[in-house]
Design a protein around this ligand. Sequence first.
Ligand code: HEC
Ligand code: HEC
Length: 186
Amino acid sequence: MALTMTPVRPEDSARLAQLCASCHGPHGHSDSPMYPRLDGQTPEYLRTQLKAFREHGRGETDARTHMWGVASRLDDAAIQALAAYYARQTATPGAAGAPELMDKGRAIFEKGVPDSGVPACASCHGAQAQGAGAFPRLAGQHQAYLLRQIEVFRNRSRGNSPVMSAVAHDLSYDDARAVAAYLQSR
Ligand code: HEC
Ligand code: HEC
């Protein structure tokens, strides 16, 4: 049964979000690194991901297990409302790690790893990792979730993202760990 929500009112989106809160937390602020934070994410990216779960274009194991079922219940209006709802929540920085790790992560984020052909993440994800349009916000996201995504881009199980598959392929594990730790703290 599709959840039809036309016309969508702000109070409907808060009610719809209760379907998601058991995993993604209140207002999309999840505490568990198993579940990505959704607060402050760009609405375009949220819409694209929800449609990709619904249409099975995003297929890593955790997506299949946790997101395919719930996304199959969302029609386009519900997706629109949920994306707008999470985009307007205020994101806050997560915990920081050791200073050397933060410095290393910041350098990768801002300048890339020229010797390995890794581009600066900031050039797409924004100077503050705040995201823009189709480029997701990474700031404040759980380190462990970010690392899992780099892995599923690398092994291409997430779906068709040539840009991120190439980035993930060239990023060493230590560099991925540093940049993910830095991003969590932003
Ligand atoms: C049973 C737990 C569960 C429920 C309920 C759930 N999700 Fe998820 N969701 C997950 C997991 C786990 C992932 C991460 C998948 C991965 O690691 O590959 C995820 C990923 C996502 C992503 C991708 C985030 C990103 O940064 O790429 C979005 C968007 C999302 N969920 C939205 C929702 C919405 C909206 C709802 C409610 C309609 C919802 N989820 C309900 C577990 C859940
Ligand atoms: C040329 C542009 C570009 C560059 C450079 C880039 N990204 Fe991305 N990134 C994207 C796009 C586009 C997506 C969304 C892919 C999708 O829709 O599946 C993405 C998605 C991601 C995700 C998944 C986020 C989520 O919420 O699931 C992570 C993690 C990520 N990028 C990390 C990085 C890191 C770390 C770097 C730098 C080492 C980087 N990206 C460099 C374009 C880029």
